[in-house]
Design a protein around this ligand. Structure first.
Ligand code: KG4
Ligand code: ZN
Length: 398
């Protein structure tokens, strides 16, 4: 099955084409094309993502990104009907597209300038992120998927963004050798660490998710971004902090707390850690480059220790067979290494899956993969995506 997938939950406009085969227990994926257009530079001057700007940029970028994704996957064929412009004609289909895209600035025009001029690509479904994420940005992707679905007569599969981050580790070529036909040993524990989430999810079956631990305040990525800001580093701060910390070999005079590390539950808290960094900066006064690097290093250490300790507790508690760590923050080298070390030393029988660097941040490939798993489970439950859509997530696709 071939899935075209769309992701616009934050500041990346992404479209992929994924070829998927196999069963829920042993799926196999092949990436035909994966385009990610980042808006990070545009948001950097605001030190964070501005939802209205993100929405406007998605509307501008979706059609060019679609064209690239189709071209790279070899699915782009020019239509045999005469070339037409984006001017809306009064056909029923054009008016339907115009209606679906009425809130997306300029998108109906660029859609009608491109889509009618190409052959319907050989795909079976359109998968799209429906949440969680920034609502205005999400809607642009959802409406675009609905317009493509109307034009191409293909079903839309709504996908949860966090489900996507979980599935991202199953693409062959992921860090710890995913073979062509991976056999997934259940239960799976997923540690999802991104800019908006920090959660431990127990998965007994696909579509059967139980959040067993989560952050009570800031997400890990958010803490990285805020601490980076305090140290005068640009957005997004995670990669900047890890770069700064990486080279630090000096003295260790700064000690930051490890919040909730000894609590009985599996929850996290990162807001106190962030505030401790702020107090430390005030206490130290003028920060030399060396002190900044030491602070970044100690902050990263504190995060690693807390993440590893809570995950260890969850692995023991639930007799987990597979550990997946997903989300933007797992591009961090030190955190990747820490989980490899944890399983190697303490959980030899646990299969560790970490996504390839290119799939840690937001992308549409993971949405296509999760879309396939959704389609398979709908099939096994004899239900349709649309029927299930209202059941989960924060948005409704009509
Ligand atoms: O998954 P993601 O791309 O978007 C969300 O769904 O939130 O995650 C983005 C987050 C940002 O907070 C960013 O600073 C963080 O991931 N991040 C990192 C690193 N690379 C990205 N955090 C720590 N170290 C990194 N190398
Ligand atoms: Zn994400």
């Amino acid at each position: 099955m071939r899935i075209l997938s769309i992701e616009t939950s934050c500041d990346e406009t992404a479209i992929s084409v994924v070829e998927a085969r196999g069963t829920l227990k042993s799926p196999s994926f092949k990436l035909l094309s994966g385009i990610v257009h980042s808006q990070a530079d545009l948001h950097a001057k605001w030190q964070g993502v501005v939802p209205t700007i993100a929405k406007r940029e998605h509307a501008k970028n979706l059609v060019p990104v679609l064209e690239r994704a189709l071209k790279e996957s070899g699915l782009l064929e020019n239509s045999k009907v005469p070339v037409r412009s984006g001017k809306i004609q009064n056909s029923k289909l054009d008016l339907k597209i115009k209606k679906i895209l009425e809130r997306e600035e300029g998108l109906a025009e660029s859609f009608l300038n491109f889509v009618p001029n190409i052959e319907i690509p050989k795909i079976d479904a359109v998968a799209v992120t429906y949440g969680p994420g920034l609502e205005p940005a999400l809607w642009t992707g959802i409406n675009f998927a609905k317009a493509l679905s109307a034009y191409w007569k293909k079903p839309v599969v709504p996908v949860n963004h966090m489900e996507g981050h979980t599935l991202s580790a199953l693409l062959p070529g992921a860090v710890v050798g995913v073979e062509e036909n991976i056999k997934l040993k259940m239960p799976v524990l997923a540690l999802l660490i991104s800019g908006g989430h920090t959660e431990l999810v127990l998965i007994k079956d696909w579509q059967n998710y139980k959040v067993v631990g989560h952050t009570r305040d800031d997400a890990v990525g958010e803490a990285f971004d805020k601490v980076a800001r305090m140290l005068g580093l640009p957005y997004p701060g995670g990669p900047q902090i890890s770069k700064m910390a990486e080279g630090y070999r000096g003295k260790k005079t700064i000690k930051l707390p490890r919040p909730m590390i000894h609590s009985d539950d599996l929850d996290f808290s990162f807001s106190g850690l962030k505030t401790s960094v702020l107090y430390k900066i005030k206490e130290l006064g003028e920060l030399s480059p060396d002190l900044k690097a030491e602070l970044a290093h100690e902050f990263e250490e504190a995060v690693v220790e807390v993440l590893v300790s809570k995950t260890k507790k969850a692995l023991e508690k639930f007799g987990v067979k597979t550990l997946i760590v997903g989300g933007g923050v797992i591009s961090n080298k030190k955190i990747r290494q820490a989980f490899q070390q944890l399983t190697k030393e303490n959980f030899k029988d646990v299969q560790l899956l970490i996504p390839h660097q290119s799939l840690c941040g937001d992308n549409a490939t993971m949405i296509g993969m999760a879309g396939y798993m959704r389609l398979l489970s709908y099939k096994s439950k004899k239900t349709s995506p649309q029927k299930n859509f209202k059941a989960k997530g924060n948005l409704v696709l009509k």
